[in-house]
Design a protein around this ligand. Structure first.
Ligand SMILES: N[C@@H](CCC(=O)N[C@@H](CS)C(=O)NCC(=O)O)C(=O)O
Length: 344
């Protein structure tokens, strides 16, 4: 049909230059400039999961996810305190990032395909490999999650937790009732008050939630892990420079651990003759400036916040109240799956 031929020609004329213009356009690199102009990094965090992100009584934020924000701030400003923390519920976190209310989300968020292809967001790295678990009262003498049929299960809304819960009970042919709440505090309160007999969330968060209960020792975390929860920082799509800064902050902290560079040994590292240590601390390679930062950006991160092991052990490791062993979050050289691409 002549009409359709004409239309397709017209479309080709209109679309080809438009597409070429899109691909030729430089990738928007506005986030770093905005952060520098503002003088502070705006970081979305969880409101209250001790060990991951929680404010002290004086309002100072600390935790594993908080330290990641501090590391990015240290990389940019050489000051780990130049961060404004924005507490966000599970249901609101991705909207806040999409809307530009925060520069990065560091809030025990699970990397899923849908969160990238549906929400226009990108996970920069996996800072904590986790999985979903269950907590029950010790007195129930439950040994495995397969005995949980008929349970009333407390979980947080707006999370992968609630979705996995439904999948797991359906796949196991078990009945259950979900009691969904809007925050970690509410979930713990509902469980402690007996509104549910089982609590489910990322296993790491369960270790933290247990500490909120009236009698933590009366509760056990079952050994079953029913899902993959790769947790990490999230950015908006379309700003490759910012994505690289967030991603390489995690990888720099891992590489530092692998090379034995910590906040205690950073001054020795600056005198090192080892090529990979010299590239890490920016004496060789010049990678920091190519990313919009200074060449000593990793020195700033390690001096002000520490390497991956220091951050892990300080916030959630076996010597803390949470007591979570490194497990699969060990470096690949120690039997784990934390593996950073090389700096070269
Ligand atoms: N990793 C899961 C769960 C994340 C989540 O929000 N977990 C709860 C665990 S109880 C939490 O951290 N809440 C923080 C809070 O409400 O303070 C996801 O990305 O959907």
């Amino acid at each position: 049909m002549p009409f359709s031929l004409d239309l397709s020609k017209l479309l080709a004329v209109l679309t080809v230059p438009a597409l070429a213009a899109m691909t030729a356009a430089p990738v928007a690199a506005q986030t770093l400039a905005a952060v520098k102009n503002r003088g502070t990094l705006v970081c979305g965090v969880g409101p209250g999961v001790v060990g991951f992100s929680a404010p002290s009584s004086s309002g100072r934020w600390s935790g594993f996810d908080v330290d990641f924000c501090r590391a990015v701030a240290a990389a940019i400003f050489d000051d780990a305190d130049k961060v404004t923390f924005v507490p966000l519920s599970a249901g609101d976190r991705f909207r806040a990032l999409q809307a530009g209310e925060i520069d990065v989300l560091s809030r025990n968020s699970t990397w899923t395909m849908g969160r990238e292809v549906e929400l226009g967001l990108t996970f920069a790295a996996v800072t904590f490999y986790d999985g979903q678990g269950f907590m029950v009262r010790r007195a129930r003498k439950v040994e495995t999650a397969l005995e949980l049929g008929g349970s009333r299960v407390c979980a947080q809304s707006g999370t992968t937790t609630a979705l996995n819960l439904a999948d797991y009970f359906a796949a196991s042919g078990m009945a259950y009732e979900a009691v969904l709440t809007a925050s970690a505090d509410e979930t713990a309160k509902a469980y402690d008050a007996g509104q549910c007999d089982t609590m489910t969330s990322d296993a790491s968060a369960l270790h933290s939630e247990r500490l909120k209960l009236a009698k933590p020792d009366d509760h056990v975390i079952l050994p079953d892990v029913i899902s993959k929860e790769p947790l990490g920082p999230v950015v908006r799509q379309g700003d490759a420079q910012w994505f690289n800064i967030v991603k390489w902050t995690h990888y720099a902290m891992l590489n530092a651990e692998e090379l034995g560079v910590s906040s205690k040994t950073i001054d020795d590292a600056l005198k090192s003759q080892k090529p990979d240590v010299r590239r890490l601390v920016g004496i060789e390679g010049g990678f920091g400036e190519k990313m919009g930062l200074t060449n000593d950006w990793v020195v700033r991160v390690i001096r002000r916040v520490g390497n991956y092991a220091e951050v892990y052990e300080r916030n959630v490791g076996v010597k803390t109240r949470l007591g979570i062993p490194r497990g699969i979050n060990q470096l690949w050289t120690a039997g784990g799956i934390q593996y950073a691409p090389p700096i070269r």
